[in-house]
Design a binder for this molecule. Sequence first.
Ligand SMILES: [Zn+2]
Length: 449
Amino acid sequence: MADSTAQPSRSRDLDKLLLRPGHLVGPNFEPGAELRDDIKTYAKVLVVGAGGLGCELLKDLALSGFCNLEVIDMDRIEVSNLNRQFLFRLEDVGKPKAEVAAKRVMERVCGVDIVPHFCRIEDKELDFYSDFSIIVLGLDSIEARSYINAVACSFLEYDSEDNPQEETFKPMVDGGTEGFKGHARVIVPGVTPCFECTIWLFPPQVKFPLCTLAETPRTAAHCIEYAHLIKWDEVHAGKTFDPDDPVHMQWVYSEAVKRAELFGIPGVTYSLTQGVVKNIIPAIASTNAIISAACTLEALKIASGCSKTLSNYLTYNGVEGLHTKVTEFVKDNDCLVCGPGVLIELDTSVPLRKFIDLLEDHPKLLLSKASVTHRGKNLYMQAPPVLAEMTRSNLDVALFDLMDKVPKDIVHVTGTAGKSGNKQSCLRKLRVAFKGINGVTEMGMAGGA
Ligand SMILES: [Zn+2]
């Protein structure tokens, strides 16, 4: 369908990278037209998120020679997106972002195929993600990044000496922007730190001290947070504040206005109230463009080897002038997500139900509502109801039997983790070993390898 000679001007700049040798290239780089064609034919890239950054990424990847793209996003287009999410028009408001973004890029860049997925990232099976050569993230939430990171790390396998196996690497490129600041990073689970290894890079939001809010408010934001964090609980005992409920937001706004009048503080508006309560940071189109370009180049480097990839975290700051910096972070060898997996030793008689209970009490995991899969087979699924019904009878069967009596293997578990009030979907890779028959396995595995 795509004619590689139809648009010489489009591949001109790409050819300078792909057709010529160089001294900064990656170890397996073989320049030539075949390489360019291979990227078109074989490289399959998933873009996660079709918002400000996602729109840029799809366009950049399409223009960089990638022809097999898919995009996943659960949101619909809103009027407030239109200033920067440039693939969308006024008549698209209300339509799924992924679908419109895919259609627009395909209209403009011939030969590119983009498959949209209008759903939550958790709705896709692991198999869906395993299909891609590279996953590029254009997300604005830590939870979603963390989830995709765990998905990519779940494909990683270790040999019997705990060395990561290269053929199971699922590279990711993560972009993120916040106002005039942004980052681009390359994550190769098993090689570079994964998102979870460096989760401390995303510190919890700094809130105002409660005493300032209660006693000495000085800014409009202080008045809003007073209404949101203190006054709400005083008046609505036990009722959780919902930032997406306009009635709740309106209540906080009018309380903040009263508070501001009392202290003679100007500037409380409804939109500022939303901004403070939901912690909205204005999105800047140029930051998205710069970060997307950096991410796309990294994806191209991973796919082609035309240059060594970023090692491994680039930050961009355009607040005053322009500053970029690359930092090489290191892996956390005890990481729950990209490491070989938490080891759980069980008796062969332990039923699946008891295993699931054990995950909830496990101090490192604290994983509740667990669904369990082994080698792609659903052992127990909490949802949807059909699958729960189909797998319920397994709960009373010994896990050892459900795992076909293998002495030791990887099990994937999805569920929610975290403290109450801050539960997150998560995916964990566990190493389950059955007591008493370990020795036999390890000798068997060593012999087989
Ligand atoms: Zn990690």
